[in-house]
Design a protein around this ligand. Sequence first.
Ligand code: NDP
Length: 483
Amino acid sequence: MKFDKNIRNFIYGELKAPISNSHIDNYDPSTGTVYSKIPDSDERDVGRAVKAAQLAFPHWSSLGVERRFRVLLRIADIVEQHLEEFALAESTDTGKPLSLAKSVDIPRAHANIRFFATSILHFSSESHQMEKEAINFTLRQPLGVVGCISPWNLPLYLFTWKIAPALAAGNTIVAKPSELTPMTAYLLSLACIEAGLPPGVLNIVHGYGNKTGQAIVEHDDIKAISFTGGTNTGSTIARIAAPRFKKLSLELGGKNPNIIFADCDFDKMISTTVRSSFANQGQICLCGSRIFVESQLYNVFKEEFVKRVKKLNIGNPLATKTDQGAVVSRSHMEKVLSYIELAKQEGGIVLCGGERVIMKGKQKDGYYIAPTVIEGLPHDCRTNQEEIFGPVVTIMPFNKEEEVLKYANSTVYGLSATVWTKDIDRAHRMAEKLEAGIIWVNTWMTRDLRTPFGGVKNSGVGREGGLEALRFFTEAKNVCIRY
Ligand code: NDP
């Protein structure tokens, strides 16, 4: 399984150039150079993919869970066997350290497929006995053709998080990865061919979001859209999908608080906080970008945190000692740098980082930003309210629990929150009052795939993960039998 310089769409089991025959440049962010071409697909390619998915649906949906489980397991095994190639592709497309792609992205991708392959074997539905000689039961049926659209930050990880439950539940799919990071989805299409996935069951159409992605959302024969990406895009998708009465799952942006009380386990907190701030160059929707520290710990925290952040190695993502690779694109780098400028204008003090890093040699045009820590900003300024999605965090002191709750809940977002404390009562109080879909206490990114995953407020609608995902990708039909 090798990188192919010319990525092709995967439609009805075949690799195809786009009908327009036009292509988009695919950049390696670590060097700022073009290294491959991506199909610039349009609504005609999406139309073909939908037809292929419709053709495949009757067979796939009636195949039975046991046989779907077997095919999905084969795909997971192939991804695992080709870990090195997948990880190299992910690192080259995103700029993330190869070590991260090898230890997190790709292992989680095949774990996702295995998890939903096996979940469907145990998926059951409710039955309600009535007093007056009748029984109700719920039939859970696949929806038909569904659309899955994923972002660039965790490309294969989030792509499989959607397609695996959709396929396990018996749907057929038209999917689009981000045009910035298409290579692992392309390699996945090769894995599907090798695994013997029947033609048309999964179709992958590459291209721009506002063209290919939008054509998927607009297509009347696509019954549901599972989308992960930015809040503005989510709102556009909701506007298009609502009058067509499509089922929608939206996993959107975040501005997550990381709340540190003075009684926490300092060593565990500080090493985790470096990770939760800067893993994947801060481009994880769950990163804690607003760090609130109880006043009596603030100075000690600041000194140790900045010291550790300064030690992070920035550089070639393929080098084993690299902690911080490149951010995903030139325009994203410019956006992140513009937020650092905004923070300064708002009165923020940059304690470390704060600028683009120019490397030597092959990486000289890559998109590197020094991990940045800023203090001195109020909780309600733009820097602390808007999603930056890069290696930038702010630190702020607080005195009281109620005060920090107010700060933490003050944004339009509500994806995740982290709390560091040894006081179990306080941990419970905070978990109840924080406005977020995921609360971590004394940890970060500890993920159990059975749990509901998603955000509140502008961070999303609906939940992924475990049974929630299987419920989303099925229609519940109540059958009432009188006897
Ligand atoms: P975008 O919203 O820009 O894009 C996400 C996907 O949607 C991409 O495949 C994109 O294509 C596509 N797209 C863009 N416009 C449209 C449209 N009009 N119709 C249909 N599809 C469209 O997000 P990013 O890729 O920039 O990802 C970063 C964002 O994702 C951040 O806000 C982050 O917080 C969020 N995110 C949320 C997660 C969660 O679980 N809640 C997890 C991970 C990220 P293309 O890229 O080709 O333009």
